[in-house]
Design a protein around this ligand. Structure first.
Ligand code: MN
Length: 247
């Protein structure tokens, strides 16, 4: 099973969570919200857990001073996330900082030869796609928890985006219809734990099985075949992920 967007470091017991993920052979992308979290979060990685270098849009205004640190770590990280934009009212006040940070990240990824990027786009699908379009060499974007319109989805598909879908988003009928329109060969599962909730508490990474079952319903496939499809998708994605530099 695959959890390709999880904040392992933000659980109250991160070492236990990481150990159990490895015991279960869960292939996990451990995203960070700040460059300064990189060292501590990387220490939780290894085995089936890969760490991604991020600067979360909700923290852009407070942590933009960490961009030089982002640039120093980037050559050693094949994966970037969580990055992106958030246009919810409480974060829109810092919109310019968000755009500056995301633009910096995309430019840095482009100069580094491209990265696999886990991207946040809450209420900001179109501005995220606008920026991705300006940096086609930034790598392979995975839109996490994508909830845009059908038009935005089609634009994301034509820009080469992938999608990671979780149990929480599959509860909405509208979003489920959107998921059904995503190309199956570009879909992965995610938990977004510990932020995402399942049954009134923080979801655990290995509970992405709930999303596998929902995808089985969307695709009219046996859950075993869904697991196999997702695993083939991830193999293809990982094969293209590198830290080689073209600059
Ligand atoms: Mn997240």
């Amino acid at each position: 099973m695959i959890d390709f967007h999880c904040h392992v470091d933000l659980y109250p017991n991160p070492h236990e969570i990481a150990r159990e993920c490895r015991e279960r052979s869960l292939r996990l992308l451990s995203v960070t919200t700040t460059p300064s979290a990189w060292d501590g979060t990387s220490a939780l990685g290894g085995g089936t857990i890969i760490t991604a270098l991020g600067l979360h849009p909700q923290l852009a205004h407070e942590r933009k001073g960490e961009l030089p640190l982002f640039d120093r770590i980037l050559p050693g990280s094949a994966y970037v996330g969580e990055v992106g934009l958030d246009e919810a009212p409480e974060f829109k006040t810092h919109w310019q900082d968000q755009v500056d940070v995301f633009r910096h990240v995309l430019n840095a990824c482009n100069e580094a030869g491209g990265r696999v990027m886990s991207i946040h786009s809450r209420r900001a699908s179109s501005p995220v796609l606008d920026l991705l379009e300006q940096y086609p060499g930034s790598g392979t974007p995975i839109l996490h928890w994508f909830t845009g319109t059908v038009g935005e989805l089609n634009r994301a598909i034509s820009l080469g985006c992938w999608f990671s879908v979780g149990p929480a988003m599959l509860k909405s009928k509208r979003v489920k219809d959107l998921v059904m329109k995503m190309p199956r060969e570009r879909v992965l599962t995610e938990s977004d734990g510990p932020f995402a909730q399942l049954g009134g508490r923080s979801i655990l990474p290995w509970e992405v099985g709930v999303a596998v079952d929902a995808l089985a319903g969307c695709w009219d496939l046996d859950p075993g075949l869904v697991v196999r499809t997702l695993s083939e998708n991830l193999s293809k994605l990982s094969a293209g992920a590198s830290i080689g530099s073209e600059a």
